[in-house]
Structure formats: structure tokens, C-alpha cells
Design a protein around this ligand. Structure first.
Ligand code: HEC
Ligand code: HEC
Length: 368
């Protein structure tokens, strides 16, 4: 009996100490740097982010970097048509642009993607934006492929997306005189690789620029005061540690959630038992701060995900790999709590969201 009491006391003290250590930083917030003026804020911002170029030609210079798929005017024009052509799917009912709707931020605003004959993505994965994706360090939620060329062959063949074989695609291309003419004029063979490369070439032009880029380029009035406060928080509190670079994210793979919260670890759930009157007690699966429908756990099944780019994020709801979170405010709150171990005030969250709005942009287009 004495032993049981001793062990219980040790366990309780252990839990209290652990809880205290986890919560301590919230009682004694660090003195955080504040920015005196635009020039200080901009200098700090430029250490983590860079502005998107202003002109189409500069953008092409930036994205024309795959030696196996040099960009040409003709290839891009063909790629645009293919990206929008439903004939590339088994039942001629969807194209890339069905799920990646450019005017809606390059995604579909559904929690989970719907493919050929309305099949749900089997892992309940949310459609990420296609905008700026050629500038990411890798593609897909778990970063499993290297570039947009490798990526584009995936959805065409996936049974739950466009559901086609390489041979079937070539057959469909043969049905279209304009496609055949275009490939011939470019001296390109009619094969799967060249078709996929043309789509990827078009994707390499889908680059956006917005108010935040104008601010980085020196225009103090491009973003409002509230957004500037949000940017300050984003920099000083640690968001920029993962969401950085030209695309403000998508430059690394990170664990999510990073911080586990002791009180949620211990959450128990009572569920109705099949075999007895008494309910069963189970430890709740708290591996994610939301219902992880589809059970996708990222790279190596280890809860590692490609950090999404936050460009155009206001238009790409719902959020996270399985689209379980509808509101951007809630996504920011979760990030603060689980990636940084910080509880943000309502005001701080609103300021961060105001900053995220400045990451919305327009495609820097040139119609050929
Ligand atoms: C059924 C809807 C659907 C269709 C059709 C579709 N996609 Fe996607 N796309 C998705 C989903 C869902 C993902 C994420 C899958 C994953 O990470 O495993 C994705 C991922 C991507 C990515 C990676 C973005 C990132 O953040 O890493 C690119 C690029 C892309 N798709 C381009 C295309 C192209 C090009 C086509 C046409 C050939 C296409 N998609 C067709 C739903 C779709
Ligand atoms: C330790 C790395 C890390 C830090 C720090 C971090 N994030 Fe994230 N962020 C991620 C990862 C990884 C995901 C994707 C998780 C998933 O989909 O399951 C993500 C997703 C998001 C999303 C959802 C994007 C989408 O398209 O679904 C938003 C919004 C976001 N983060 C904002 C922030 C903000 C604001 C901060 C600072 C408060 C922050 N992040 C800090 C790694 C991080």
C-alpha cells in the first residue's frame, strides 16, 4: 500500500512539473523585438522573404530551370490547353483545372479532392494550390517528388484522379489535330513524357505577385498598419522559421504537430462497448489537433509534411493536408499552439490574418 502511495505521489509530482515547464513560457513572455518604422520591419522581412519579380520575362528566367524541359512559347501555349482539357481523363469529365481552379487560388475549396466519376481522394487529401508550385523545393504534401514535371504524370494516371494509362493519353492526343500540329511544329514526338512536360511548362508560368511584394520592394503604403503588426508577429514569434523564402513556405518538410500538450495526451474517451454495458475507456488519438480523416501521416508515416506556401492562402480554404479546418483564423491559432507552443490573443491572430491577406496575388501573365 505504501509503495502504491509513493508511486502515485511521484507520478503526480512528475505530471505537475512537466505541466509547469510546458506552461512556464506563457507566464513569462519573452521581451520581443518591436519594429520602430517601415525600414526596420522591411529589413527584417527581407532576411527571410524575397519579392516575386515584377515582369513575366523575369519570372520565366526564375522558373525556366529544368534542363530536361526548356520553356518555349509554343510549349507553354500547348500546356495551357492540356491543363484545361477534360479529354485527358477516363470519362472525359475532369481536367487539372477542375481541381486546380486558378481564379479560386489554384485549388478547389473542397476538404478533399474529387476525381474521375467523383471519387474521393482515398487519403482524404486536400487539393493544394498549383500557383507558384514550380518554385517549391519538392511537390505533394509529403514532398515525394522533385518537380512539376515529375508531379504532373501522377494525377493523370492515379485511378482516383484522371485514371488514364500512358497509352490512353497518347491516343487521346492523336484525336486532336491541333495538339498533333503543335507537337510537330516543336519537333516533339507524340509521347507521354512530352505531354506531361508541356503541362509542367505552363505550370511554370503560374506565378503570383501581390501587395506584400510591393511592400518588400519599398512601397510603405502597399500594406496597412494591422498587416504590418501581423508581419512583425510572423517574424518575431517564429512562423518565418518554417514559412520562409520566395514562396513563404514549401522550402522544407517539418513535423506537425511539433509540440504535444500534456493535458491532451491524457485525454481519455468513453465509448459505448459492443460486449458489455460498461463503456470502454480508450486513450484518445491526439496525434493531430483535428480529426485526421483518411489517416494520412505524411513522409515515412511520421507526421512530417511539406510546409505549405502561404501565398494566396486566403483563397485556398479549407486548410491542412486533409482540409479539416475551415477558418484561416483557426489554422493560425493551431500553428501558434502546436508549432510554436504559444497561445496567441484574438487580436494577434487577427493581425497575422491581415498580414496573410497581403500574400494574395495575381498571376503575372503574358498571353501569347
Ligand atoms: C481530383 C482532383 C485533382 C486533379 C484532377 C489534379 N490534381 Fe493536382 N493535386 C490534387 C491533390 C489532392 C494533390 C495533393 C496530393 C498529395 O499530396 O498526395 C495535388 C497536388 C498537385 C501538385 C503539388 C502541389 C504541392 O503543393 O506540392 C501540383 C503541382 C498539381 N497537383 C498539379 C496538377 C496537374 C498538372 C494536374 C493535371 C495533370 C492535376 N494536378 C490534377 C488534386 C488534383
Ligand atoms: C515548425 C514548422 C512550422 C512553424 C513554426 C509554423 N508552421 Fe504553419 N505549417 C507547417 C506545416 C508542416 C503545415 C502543414 C500541416 C498539415 O497540413 O498537416 C503548416 C500549415 C500552415 C497553414 C495552413 C496552410 C494550408 O494551405 O493548409 C497556415 C495558414 C500556417 N501554417 C500558418 C502559420 C503561421 C501563421 C505560423 C506562426 C504562428 C506558422 N504557420 C508556423 C509548419 C510550420
Amino acid at each position: 500500500m505504501k509503495k502504491v502511495i509513493e508511486v502515485s505521489i511521484i507520478a503526480i509530482v512528475g505530471i505537475l512539473v512537466y505541466g509547469l515547464i510546458t506552461l512556464l513560457p506563457n507566464f513569462f513572455p519573452r521581451e520581443l523585438k518591436t519594429f520602430e518604422n517601415d525600414s526596420e520591419l522591411r529589413t527584417a522581412a527581407l532576411r527571410s522573404f524575397s519579392p516575386m519579380p515584377k515582369t513575366y520575362d523575369e519570372i520565366i528566367k526564375l522558373t525556366n530551370i529544368n534542363p530536361n524541359n526548356p520553356l518555349t512559347k509554343e510549349k507553354i501555349t500547348l500546356g495551357k490547353k492540356l491543363f484545361n482539357d477534360k479529354n485527358l481523363s477516363q470519362n472525359r469529365d475532369i481536367s487539372c483545372s477542375t481541381c486546380h481552379v486558378l481564379k479560386d487560388g489554384g485549388a478547389d475549396n473542397l476538404p478533399t479532392a474529387l476525381g474521375d466519376t467523383f471519387q474521393e481522394n482515398p487519403f482524404h487529401l486536400n487539393t493544394p494550390t498549383v500557383l507558384n508550385s514550380s518554385l517549391y523545393f519538392r511537390q505533394f504534401w509529403d514532398g515525394r517528388v522533385k518537380n512539376v514535371e515529375e508531379q504532373a504524370s501522377g494525377p493523370i494516371q492515379a485511378s482516383f484522379e484522371m485514371n488514364m494509362s500512358k497509352e490512353e493519353i497518347v491516343k487521346r492526343i492523336n484525336e486532336n489535330k491541333n495538339y498533333m500540329k503543335s507537337l510537330k511544329s516543336q519537333n516533339l514526338e507524340v509521347n507521354f513524357e512530352n505531354i506531361v512536360n508541356a503541362i509542367a511548362a505552363y505550370e511554370r508560368t503560374l506565378v503570383t505577385r501581390g501587395a506584400f511584394d510591393d511592400y518588400l520592394d519599398g512601397d510603405d503604403s502597399a500594406i496597412n498598419e494591422k498587416a504590418k503588426k501581423g508581419l512583425g508577429i510572423f517574424i518575431t514569434r517564429g512562423c518565418k522559421g518554417c514559412h520562409a523564402g520566395l514562396t513563404i513556405g514549401s522550402q522544407s518538410i517539418q513535423k506537425f504537430p511539433l509540440h504535444s500538450w500534456w493535458n491532451e495526451w491524457l485525454a481519455l474517451e468513453l465509448i459505448k462497448s459492443k460486449d458489455s454495458f460498461l463503456p470502454e475507456i480508450v486513450v484518445k488519438d491526439n496525434s493531430f489537433p483535428f480529426k485526421n480523416t483518411g489517416g494520412f501521416k505524411g513522409l515515412n508515416n511520421d507526421q512530417k509534411f511539406k510546409v505549405p506556401s502561404l501565398r494566396n492562402v486566403v483563397r485556398t480554404a479549407p486548410y491542412f493536408h486533409n482540409g479539416e479546418i475551415k477558418e484561416l483564423k483557426e489554422a493560425v491559432r493551431i500553428m501558434g499552439k502546436y508549432q510554436l507552443g504559444q497561445i496567441f490573443t484574438e487580436e494577434e491572430i487577427e493581425e497575422i490574418v491581415e498580414f496573410l491577406k497581403t500574400l494574395d496575388g495575381k498571376i503575372v501573365y503574358k498571353e501569347y
